[in-house]
Ligand binder design. Structure first.
Ligand code: AKB
Length: 311
């Protein structure tokens, strides 16, 4: 019987909702408390309404549920953040500080904080971005993740707080919809395909970006959090890779299963964000330190997505 009690902040989001189910399977429904800004409704385990900007409310929940681990998934993503940079910065940083300070004060055992490929930008190697790279992001989201990674590193070295982090690429899953990212097209496209609708992509056809299937993303997160602390050599955030593809390549993968599927291109402001990101990243540190290996390539993902979404 586990003594762990896990609080998920942002459990209503694309990754948070799937991670909640996975953690409940591992730890038991009552050991995982799902919190979000909005009411999550009836679930298999406890839920709470939490505004992550309210540090006192967070501290109260941690005491109420005798929390031992926090997964902090609430954030404003790349595309939404560009519409109001100061608002996005405030939400992303204030919520992180609330989590880090509560964790430090309440002797939380482990914290999970996702970073992103959005930390990379100007002067990064686009072809296979190394773990240790110059970080000059083009978005406020990326800036907040660079800062967040460094605060995670600081809390680990200064206070011994065991914060762990992954630089997620675009995450694609059938279980939930993304909200406000530049990689969202790669989820939307499957929903259009199963409805037999043509899809107009907001990125140009040859825009290559790193992506990861949801099953792999969840497994990576759980494996990192389960890894022995002494194995972890990266205390900012680990590069994490699965596959890389362009909109034209994902469309071709869908057309192998649904030959009538059609795509056209109308790049908008998100093109500039995508152009600032790498096409592929080098995750050899994650592979060496805690045995990371993705299981899904593009066609395997397409098969799984379409078989789950098919009406
Ligand atoms: C986004 O597109 O903003 C996110 C990310 C890559 O972090 N999906």
């Amino acid at each position: 019987m586990t003594t762990e009690r896990i609080l998920i902040v942002g459990a209503g989001g694309q990754i948070g909702s799937v991670l909640t189910d996975a953690l409940r399977q591992n730890y038991g429904n009552d050991h995982v408390i799902a919190s979000d800004m909005r009411d999550l409704g009836a679930q298999a385990g406890p839920t709470e309404v939490l505004n992550a900007l309210d540090g006192n409310a967070l501290d109260h929940l941690v005491q109420k549920w005798k929390i031992t681990q926090i997964y902090h998934l609430a954030a404003i993503l790349s595309a939404t953040g560009e519409k109001d940079p100061m608002w996005a910065w405030n939400i992303n940083m204030s919520s992180l500080f609330n989590v880090l300070e509560t964790a430090r004060n309440r002797n939380i055992r482990k914290v999970y904080y996702p970073s992103s490929i959005a930390v990379f930008g100007e002067s990064a190697d686009r072809d296979l971005t190394p773990q240790t790279e110059v970080l000059i992001p083009a978005t406020v989201y990326g800036i907040s993740k660079v800062a967040g990674e460094n605060w995670a590193h600081y809390y680990f070295h200064r206070y011994g707080l065991d914060v762990r982090s992954l630089r997620y690429p675009g995450i694609i899953g059938y279980q939930s919809m993304p909200g406000g990212g530049t990689t969202d097209y790669a989820v939307d496209i499957y929903h259009y395909a199963v409805r037999k609708e043509a899809y107009t992509c907001f990125l140009s056809e040859n825009t290559r970006l790193p992506m990861l299937y949801m099953d792999d993303a969840i497994r990576a997160t759980l494996e990192l959090m389960d890894a022995p602390a002494e194995k972890l050599t990266v205390r900012t955030s680990y590069n994490l890779a699965g596959m890389s593809f362009t909109p034209a390549e994902i469309a071709a993968s869908i057309q192998k299963v649904l030959p009538g599927f059609q795509i056209s291109y109308a790049p908008d402001f998100r093109q500039a964000i995508a152009d600032s990101w790498p096409g592929a990243i080098d995750d050899s540190a994650a592979r060496a330190d805690w045995g990371w290996a993705p299981r899904y390539d593009l066609d395997a993902m397409t098969h799984d997505m379409l078989s789950h979404l098919h009406p």
